[in-house]
Design a binder for this molecule. Structure first.
Ligand code: PLP
Length: 294
């Protein structure tokens, strides 16, 4: 797949096509050495029309993250232009491409000598790789990991930026490596006091009878666009949808469990801490189709 990159200048309201293979970011950029910025990754599907899955949900969360970090309000028209330019570049280079992601980010930028900052943004495409395709088809295993703080801490400690999608993902990456060392595909974060939270880059949904359940975002996790898309359409699949505090044993005893995120769509969680979880292949297929329809 062709690599496409656009640089987005919030101050000048410009979108400029650039070379993804060439250096673009000064090392002094605060995203590079502080992880100080925000991002979104959206799934794009082309075929019988073009769909940016949960476009509005992603942009709304992007604005919430900007607000949490004290970054300037993103301008919808500018970021739509950036996203659409990447999509057009990818499509023009290979009209047979049917599915890819676009990652867009806003960095606090570099610190100017007078103390002011110059936020800068960018967007580029990411592939739906073999690992994602395999997980969609076969499902995954996970090990639970203590996130190190109690549930519902975020409102008492807003500086922790719980629930904002920041560029500081070193901890999430480390959790993934730790899970791999344990022989699992994914981590499942659990609060220090035992409330199930989320994966490092996905939300968890379980099925109990005809109800879909997911942890409350306020418990200390990122409110997912995919989880909310599923909940908004649950009734069409004859399910009710609820937020609840879940324990690890409730996940293991569920009638089905899924990791959901923009790029994965919905993948079956088959095993947690070595314990098998019931698989619901029919609902997996229904959820994947629902998400891909956007
Ligand atoms: N939780 C975390 C920590 C994430 O990084 C992500 C996505 O990357 C999600 C949940 C799922 O969010 P979404 O469905 O919007 O992709």
């Amino acid at each position: 797949m062709t690599d496409a990159l656009v640089l987005i200048d919030p101050a000048a309201s410009t979108v400029e096509v650039a070379d993804l293979g060439a250096p673009q970011l000064p090392v002094t950029d605060l995203s590079a050495h502080r992880g100080d910025g925000i991002f979104e990754t959206v799934l794009v599907r082309i075929g019988g029309g073009m769909t940016v899955v949960s476009r509005d949900r992603h942009f709304a969360r992007f604005c919430d993250s900007a607000s949490a970090l004290g970054l300037p309000d993103p301008d919808r028209e500018l970021w739509d232009r950036g996203l659409d330019t990447v999509i057009a570049e990818v499509h023009a280079a290979d009209p047979t491409t049917t599915e890819f992601g676009v990652r867009y980010a806003l960095s606090r930028g570099t610190q100017n000598p007078d103390g002011s900052q110059s936020p800068r943004g960018w967007a580029f495409n990411v592939p739906v790789d073999e690992k994602i395709k395999h997980a969609r088809a076969q499902g995954i295993s996970a090990v639970s990991l203590d996130r190190g703080y109690d549930a519902y801490l975020g409102s008492k400690a807003p500086w922790l930026l719980v629930g904002a999608k920041t560029l500081s993902y070193a901890v999430n990456q480390a959790a993934g490596r730790y899970a791999a060392e344990q022989g699992a595909d994914e981590a499942l974060f659990v609060s220090h006091d035992g409330v199930v939270l989320e994966g490092p880059t996905s939300n968890l949904i379980i099925r109990r009878g005809d109800t879909l359940l997911t942890p409350l975002p306020e418990a200390g996790l990122l409110s997912g666009t995919t989880q909310r898309l599923i909940f908004d359409h649950a009734a069409e699949l004859s399910f009710s949808a609820e937020y609840a505090d879940l324990s690890l044993s409730e996940v293991i005893e569920a009638d089905g469990a899924w990791y959901v995120s923009s790029m994965r769509t919905a993948v079956s969680l088959n095993q947690l801490d070595g314990n098998p979880i019931s698989r619901d292949e029919e609902l997996t297929a229904q959820l994947q189709a629902l998400i891909k329809a956007g």
